[in-house]
Structures are given as structure tokens and as C-alpha cells.
Design a protein around this ligand. Sequence first.
Ligand code: DGY
Length: 322
Amino acid sequence: MSRPKVFVAMRHVPELAMDLLHKRFDVELCDSVQATRAEILQKIPGKFGIFCSPVNKIDEELIKTAGPSLKVVGTISVGYDHVDLAAMKKYGVRLGYTPDILTETVAETTVGLLISTTRRFFEANHALKTGEWKYLTPVWMCGRSIRNSVVGIVGCGNIGTSIAKKLNTFEISQLLYTSRTEKPAVKALGGKLVTIDELVEQSDFIILSVALNEDTKFIINEERLAKMKSHAVLVNIGRGGLIDQDALIKALQENRIGGAGLDVMTPEPLPLDSPLIKMNNVVLLPHIGSASIETRTEMAITTAKNIIAVLDNTPMPNEVQF
Ligand code: DGY
């Protein structure tokens, strides 16, 4: 009897996760490192599940192309803004994702990105490598300290809360956050729940750690950029679509804010002719927030288990409810 089929839309998935899939499914791997849209549409018909990531748009066209065999989408991510939930519901396809596992790793990346942006690590490293380091004068390559600063976290879910805990050890003067509801764990650190406009006006460091949806798209727009302090540093660890990137580029070019640290941007990968790439006051990372070996291995295993749970008709380790 033939086994159900799963399409894996990327290469280099940790072996432990692939082994789990191979035990239960006929697994089809994409041809190159990452499946193109065309390849997915060509290979998805008749599949029971797809193992995908945020780069793979899961929409009605794809679900219809898969046909009635498609029962589950497993995304190796906490974010699922790339998935059309209405279409999933319409065709009865379930969605597995990987929350919690990556919380601490993304929070670690955020702290690293914040420090390297405000303290100009990459600019300084470049100066060293290109011979620009000739003297050690008092203000050369100085940035602003995190200590005694106001830190604002937009979106205080698990990741935002972990970032708050980590940054609280830096002896900051005030922690601000936005959230639908007050977060006792953040309040216990002295965190103050404020509106987004209060947060952008008052913060020295602004961290975006919120999911992208219709309410949060362009949450940082031209108007809010104009409200920021002239030395404010903006860090985005969520999704590129949270920021009106053209407005951000303009604000940075005109030195209206201090700088930006971006792990996510629009589009991804960022074209090499983007003005962001040449800016000294910008640190760019290629969406590596959760990229530790341990975390990505666990995320891959959970994604495989999410898919297998649908076959077994048992509860998924992590299912998006919609
Ligand atoms: C996530 O899990 O959503 C991260 O952004 C990695 O894609």
C-alpha cells in the first residue's frame, strides 16, 4: 500500500527531523536549497503535507493545486503571516508551527543586534579591517550606552518578555512596552504599559517583537519615525512589514534617528542595491533570529511531529487555532 506523501520545501533540514518524516511518509525533497514557488506548485498535487518556512507563501492557489489530499502545513517558524488562514480553513487544512522553542534564541539575537547597532560593532570592525584604525581618540567609534536608557518593546509576548528580562539586567532607567493586556512578568520588572505613540516618543531604544498582521503592518510609519528621539535606535526582530521601509530609509539618510538594527526587512533577501546596505548607522542580519543549531534542530523536529500528528489523528505539539 502506498504511503502518504510529504513535500519538504528546503534542504539541510536536521537529520533527526527528516528521519521522523521518512518513517511515516514518502518524502519528496525540493531540487535545490529552497523550493521556488513554481516547484512547489508542480510538486504539491497529491501531497498530504508540506514542510515549509516563512519564505513559502501558502495561499489558496497552492492549497487548491495540492487538492483534497493536503491535510497539513508545517511551518518551521513561530510567525505564520505567510499562510492564508481563511484559505486553510476553507479547505480544512491544519497548520503546525514552532512557538516557545525559539523564544530565548530570538531574545539573545535581539540583545546582540541592539548592542552591535548602538555600539557600532560592525562599523568598528570594518574600520579595523580597512586600516581606518590609526589612533584611539576619546569619541572615536562611540555609541550610546544601554545603561540608564529608556527601552521600549513593541509587543510583549513570550519573546518580548524574554527580551525585557535580559535587558533589565543592563540597569536601564525605564522599560516601556505595548501589549493588548498588561503583562505581570514585565510589570514585575518595572515595565510600564503605554501606547505605541508614547513608546516611540519616549524610548532611546525601540524593539519590534510583534507578529505581522493587518493591525501591525507599518506600525512604524513616517509619522511615528518623526516622533522618535533624534538618537533613537530601532531594532526589528519581527517581520519587515512592521516598518514602512522607504520612510525608515529617508529618516536614516536625513539622520533624524540614531540608527537601525534589522534582522528582518522587505524584501528578503534584501537586494544589494538597497540604500540600507551602505549605511553606517544600520546593522543588517539575514533573518537569523532563531538560528542556533539547538533551536533550529528542535524547530525542525517539532515541525515533523506536527505533520505526523495529523496522520496519527493525535493532538499536534503546536497547532495554530483559527
Ligand atoms: C519565525 O520563527 O517566525 C522566525 O522569524 C524565523 O522565520
